[in-house]
Design a protein around this ligand. Structure first.
Ligand code: DGL
Length: 273
């Protein structure tokens, strides 16, 4: 039997590539479709309704591309759209399919990574305001002290490949200082936006060396591996021919150039919508 199903990976832009890279290390044999909605990024400062509408459109596109399993490799979409899609839309449009986010797997383990039990979170405005992290972390680690800092300029800097430039210093320094002033006992900072691992070298320039930065890629990849082990009914629908397709909502050449830089591989994307 030639199984054709693929794992869909969705983000507002390039950020999902930081998750995809780690997923490929854990699960290299599967077939994947990556979709970046770059033309409409950033999602971080958009309303709940808009993020939900855009995310649902992209999820439906990935379903049409034969992805029975879609990972929202985007915290903003996970915070603002995932629950509604899972509870309201999936039962109607594709009851056999599954959509998973990045917040739950992260909050399940985050408390184990901070000896001082004081963590900081860098995220988009949308993720911070949704309070999804505060609510989810409380379920697993009620004693953890969590301080959030929204960094609305970071995704635009990354989408324009200016995040490691000198011009980015002001916006990085400012948010690092705000966070560390708000809680002086923070020993670990979660990068709760999938774009942010790309700006991590710049963040480290302004961060005391005893404070660790936590990226989600590896956490999400390990959690997906576990999910597939526990859900053979989904796993059996997924092809394992190492095929990869890339789609974007901007001009393909623009996407290919920056994505290759961020991903470390040549990419041939197709423009959609
Ligand atoms: N990568 C998305 C996230 O994890 C970025 C959101 C945006 O487009 O602002 O939140």
């Amino acid at each position: 039997m030639n199984i054709q199903g693929k794992i869909g990976i969705f983000d507002s832009g390039y950020g999902g590539l930081t998750i995809f890279k780690e997923i490929l290390k854990e699960l290299p044999e599967y077939d994947y479709v990556y979709l970046g909605d770059n033309a409409r990024a950033p999602y971080g400062s958009r309303s709940f309704e808009t993020v939900y509408r855009f995310t649902l459109e992209c999820v439906q596109y990935l379903f049409e591309k034969n992805c029975p399993l879609v990972i929202l490799a985007c915290n903003t979409a996970s915070a603002k759209a995932l629950r509604t899609i899972q509870q309201k839309d999936l039962p109607k449009i594709a009851p056999q399919n599954r959509v998973l986010g990045v917040i739950r797997p992260t909050t399940e383990i985050i408390g184990h990574l901070s000896p001082s039990k004081h963590i900081g979170i860098f995220a988009t405005e949308g993720t911070v305001k949704s309070e999804s992290y505060l609510i989810e972390i409380k379920k697993f680690f009620p004693d953890l002290i969590v301080t959030q800092e929204a960094c609305p300029m970071w995704v635009p800097l990354i989408e324009n490949n200016e995040h490691l430039s000198e011009g980015a210093n002001y916006f990085v320094k400012k948010h690092v200082q705000n966070l560390l002033t708000a809680d002086k006992n923070i020993d670990s900072i979660l990068l709760a936006c999938t774009h942010y691992p790309l700006i991590a070298p710049k963040i480290k320039e302004f961060l005391p060396s005893n404070i660790q930065l936590i990226s989600q890629g590896n956490i999400v990849a390990k959690s997906l591996k576990k999910y597939l082990l526990h859900h053979p009914e989904i796993d059996i629908r997924l092809g394992k021919h190492k095929q990869r397709e890339y789609y974007t909502t901007i001009e393909a050449e623009w996407f290919n150039e920056k994505a290759a830089l961020f991903f470390g591989e040549t990419i041939h994307a197709k423009k959609i919508f």
